[in-house]
Design a binder for this molecule. Sequence first.
Ligand code: SF4
Ligand code: SF4
Length: 170
Amino acid sequence: MQKLTNRSVQINRDPMTFGEKIYVPAILKGLSITLGHIFKKKATVSYPEEKRPFSPVFRGLHVLNRDEQGRERCTACGLCALACPAEAITMEGAERKPGEENLYREEKYAAKYEINMLRCIFCGFCEEACPKDAIYLSETVMPSNYSRRSMIYKKEDLLIPHPKKQENTQ
Ligand code: SF4
Ligand code: SF4
């Protein structure tokens, strides 16, 4: 039969020699391999005290962005939900009322905006689809949780803090 690779090994079925029967050379060989690894650089890290650097293209938790005046950028156009291959995004649009110009950038805004993180595959398509620069994937690792409900992130969880309110608390 024709071989697929040249990695096959012929098994030696000869009777064991005296040295093989007492296992001492095999044990010493094993110990030398272990000792060799003791002085090598560790492959593991002591997480969470020590953290590995992420790849520059790492995509973490979503953030809903505000403009420089602190107004919500999202206009509930639905393009991110349409682009999402996991159907993880849902939203409800609402009309901006007079006097709310300081809260929402456009005439329409997302009254409700949810991302189901259990569905999300962190592909970043929502970020690419957004014409308003309203959503991006940050470098924050999504925390794990015990309940399914807490994995559905609401608008309040995703919105970045208001810059002016932050200044006042500092
Ligand atoms: S990162 Fe991908 S899967 Fe997650 S919400 Fe955005 S488009 Fe959907
Ligand atoms: S995040 Fe962007 S793409 Fe999604 S609804 Fe808001 S404005 Fe549209």
